[in-house]
Design a protein. Structure first.
Length: 368
């Protein structure tokens, strides 16, 4: 069973009481989609404790077909496997040996149960069974740069996002792209291509800030080219457009203080980058949406930003809004969180730099 330490159970109980006490928020207008509230039912992660429960950082998360939540903890150089029943455990370690991690950056689980880890230091994707036993490399030869983000399509294909120097349509440049790989180092389908050399350094960085991708197990790819707008393109596995989701929404302009902070943070990050020309200016608008994922019912979850005291979600099915969901803020301050959906359910990961890493598991209750 998943670990829910006593002081985390307090938060779970507070969230659950918020669900029950919010039943008077009815008044749903006829014609509007149903509204649900997310209630925390379990959690994993402690501020101080044993090596299994204390997470260094939640670098990447994936949902295993058997219902296990897989957490890649890059600082600790390990995976944390949290099954739906049974005890959580820690697997793998840092090192240069076969199957050991050196620069792990992303994890996904194929439909046949194999776990894939992208390691930029080893320049490859490594494969493991469901218990994290090393099986070998996914690509037959080493790459200069394995995909930095990964999604499993089926039992033999992945969709990845990468930044690499290559030749596309006779043009050799540094490209940022989203593509599909079918058990081979060669790209089988491009879904998005951006010529970084053509854009230039600063414009390229600004474009990175507003781009988002996601792929589901059926091979559908969801593309957000500007997350300051409410617009999502759903692409078929062959790259053709299946449908688009668009809602009117006002952009929220960042404050001068917020922009100044972002400039200072970026320049501190880029101080040793000899390619940085200076003069970076961030996107002037706040992020409006983010792709959460596709649940086991095949519905696309979109997180909608802008509310100060709730986390808000829209749930879509092939371009139709089926319902909305809300998660109240229990603590005094709204924490930085990353959400995901899949075989392990609805999961929220605390990634706030001023708090300790942990994950919550949620169930939804309809607001009457």
């Amino acid at each position: 069973m998943r670990i829910a330490p006593e002081y985390l159970i307090v938060s779970v109980l507070l969230m659950s009481s918020a669900c029950s006490s919010d039943s008077d928020r009815s008044g749903e207008i006829d014609g509007y989609p149903p509204r649900y509230q997310l209630c925390a039912v379990d959690s994993f992660g402690v501020e101080t404790g044993d090596s299994i429960s204390m997470i260094g950082a939640i670098s990447s998360i994936c949902h295993h077909p058997n219902g296990t939540l897989v957490i890649l903890d890059q600082p600790a150089g390990c995976l944390r496997l949290i099954p739906p029943d049974g005890e959580p455990r820690r697997a793998l370690r840092n090192g240069s040996g076969p199957g050991e991690l050196q620069g792990a950056q992303a994890v996904c689980a194929l439909g046949d149960g194999r776990i894939l880890i992208s390691d930029y230091m080893k320049m490859n994707l490594m494969t493991y069974d469901a218990d994290a036993n090393y099986l070998g490399d996914y690509f037959p030869t080493s790459r200069s740069d394995p995909p930095g983000m990964l999604w499993a399509v089926d039992s033999s294909s992945i969709v990845g996002v990468d930044l690499d120097g290559m030749t596309i349509d006779g043009v050799t440049a540094g490209f940022y792209y989203c593509a599909r790989y079918d058990s081979d180092i060669d790209v089988s389908e491009f879904y998005y291509i951006m010529n970084c050399d053509e854009l230039g350094y600063n414009d390229g960085v600004r474009k990175f800030e507003v781009l988002e991708f996601y792929a589901d197990r059926q091979g559908m790819v969801y593309l957000v080219t500007d997350n300051t707008l409410y617009s999502v393109d759903a692409l078929n596995p062959d790259g053709s457009l299946a449908y688009s989701i668009e809602l009117p929404a006002d952009r929220n302009r960042k404050s001068a203080e917020q922009i100044a902070t972002e400039i200072a943070e970026f320049e501190a990050f880029a101080v040793n980058d000899r390619a940085y020309p200076g003069g970076y200016q961030p996107c002037p608008y706040d992020r409006l949406i983010s792709i959460v994922g596709v649940d086991i019912e095949g519905r696309l979850w979109i997180e909608r930003f802008g509310s100060g005291d709730t986390y808000d979600f829209d749930v879509w099915e092939e371009g139709t809004l089926r319902y909305t969901a809300v998660l109240p803020v229990v603590d005094e301050e709204k924490l930085e969180m990353t959400f995901s959906v899949g075989e392990a359910g609805i999961v929220g990961a605390v990634t706030d730099p001023y708090d300790y890493p942990r994950v919550y598991f949620y169930e939804k209750q309809q607001i009457q």
